[in-house]
Design a binder for this molecule. Sequence first.
Ligand SMILES: [Zn+2]
Length: 97
Amino acid sequence: MRGKIHDNSSSLSNLKPLVKRLTEIKKQAEAIGLFTDDRELLECTCGLIEDIAFDGRLFTCRKNDHAFKDTGLRFIKVNENIFCCPECKTKLKVELL
Ligand SMILES: [Zn+2]
């Protein structure tokens, strides 16, 4: 009878294609404008805020707009945790989740 051998290296290599696939899916989701939930939503001092639509798309609206109408503007990614407001050009630091 064979004993159970814990071979961590082989189970890790089994996961590799899966992790690679997940990374690709995440990239595709970002490319079509879906929010991938890896950072906080942005809120600028000028009143432009980010929100997520029912279909998962990220959009921006005015903080005082109770209809949450999409302004069509998008915060510009400067680097991993800095975004630039498309309206007033304020640089916003975002907390990565
Ligand atoms: Zn702004």
